[in-house]
Design a protein. Sequence first.
Length: 513
Amino acid sequence: MADAMDPPAFEGVVYQIYPRSFLDTSGDGIGDLAGISAKLDHLVWLGVDALWLSPIYRSPMADFGYDVADHTDVDPVFGTLADADALIAAAHERDLQVWLDYVPNHTSDQHPWFQASRSSRDDPKRDWYVWRDPAPDGGPPNNWRAAFAEAPAWTYDEATDQYYLHQFLPEQPDVNWANPQLREAMLDVLRFWKDRGIDGFRADVVHLIGKDPAYPDDPPEVAGVGRAGHHHLPEATAPHLRAIRETLELPPAAVMVGEINLPDAAQVATYVGEDLLHLAFQFSLIYSPWRAGYWRDIVGYVQREFDAVGAWPTWVLGNHDNSRVASRVGRAGAARAAMVGLVTLRGVPFLYAGDELGLEDAVIPPDRVVDPGGRDGERAPIPWDGSERHGWAGEPWLPWPPVPEIRNAAAQRADEGSMLHLTRRVLALRRAESSLRTGEQEVIDVADDVLAFRRTDDSGTHLVLINFLDEPTDAEVTGDWRIVLASDGAGEGGSYTGRLSPDQAVVLVTANG
Ligand code: NOJ
């Protein structure tokens, strides 16, 4: 087990790109790899360290790429392998890492592995997926339910008179990591992309890959609920994570963040460690109301539970599966304060592309809904400028988020008071100050509606205060402090007076520091 004081495997900031929605250069209205390459200088200007791309593999897109049909090729809507190589090279020239999404729990039903597996009970790849006989009444083998659909997690396949397991869509059959050949084939995917220069991976629902071989019914309290958020089997998953970790460590080495989509950060932390995952998402802040008390409890709890296993935490305020942070907190000022919190908390921050512009979810008219999981709003295209199509070559696949004529990258680059500049400034501060990257963290009590925490190392201390109210709040702290950054710009460079303006987050240093 790693010591809590060990340097983290990765201490930078990760920027999540949903490639379909980033920038279209080909004119088909779908973002592509060339669009990402075109914006690398902007991302360097912004100051992130790594780009995580949601899936770019060949896919029928039933779940927009989380249904992989070929792990070693790029889907034509995004470009070609040569475009991926060019993007990786151009990113590396700029000291940016490139991380890919790795989808280990399932493939597309169009994947040649599944096509072979379903072809006959005797096929050598039959056991690469999870096939079971019907229950005595002819129904599914157990009571598991699939995510997204009000339906069983099993689909009957007439040709071979068995059911196959899919914890997501029927188009996403679960693979069977207990089969050594499947496991090796999945590890080969990592080898393939590491050899192409990929620096890290985000592993999709990786806590689901270790299955209970008995496939027991879910207990009544969770029966009927999509399974991704419960009923995992850590002891069955750990050996696979060890094999993954060994593969990642072999040169060229890469890091991995696991999507451990479990509600309790203590459970999540058990998947991280020296021979397990480097990092794991914990989504507590996404699920938390914008209230100081909740944030305080979460920050303290996460810190305790991750320290207990010597693991480095992560912080996430948005992604392609959840309503955007600006929509959740409701006030632009609060979204700005939240960004300051995200970047200054101890752990690896993950920024969802567009949150640096304060984008809100798009309103999707019923006839434009395309996602089976109801997540189109947060996947709306990024507006790059104020022109008619906001820099996109074609009409985008989803409607724009609200007020793209104001909330676009060009307008905000021209406005030093914008959310974009704030994000850039707080990222620069984090980069410049080791205490904000790797320093210890202590949550302190200052006022009910304020989250306050200290970040300290040999170089000094920073104090972060976040006012969760849309009114001024007293937040006295002992000692003399100077404001180095304020989410609303107010008072920067001056002494801290003990009072925060509405929705204000500040980063303070000792006045003589
Ligand atoms: C989690 C991903 O983030 C989500 O977008 C996807 O639908 C499921 N896993 C299934 O792969």
